[in-house]
Design a protein around this ligand. Sequence first.
Ligand code: SF4
Length: 92
Amino acid sequence: MTRRAPYPALTGAEPCRQHDEPDLWFSDQAADRATARRLCHGCPTRVACLAYALDHPAATEHGIWAGTSRGGREKLRAEFRRANQISKEQQT
Ligand code: SF4
């Protein structure tokens, strides 16, 4: 069984929790998403948020998570899969 990252322990200090317009993280406007991505970079929960988003693609299909777009998360998952494959090959 593969262990997956839990939902991040939110403190309330996260920009997506404090912002007047939390819909920025799920906006269809590129400028809004850019603002959300920028705000995520200062988030104290960003690492745990990214781990959760990468491990739960269905639950995080939409929106900006930890400063990443859906496409960005897909690229990161692909990079991790390749790295895992290389690591396994080096162990055999
Ligand atoms: S990193 Fe995650 S928890 Fe933090 S502001 Fe961005 S979406 Fe919210």
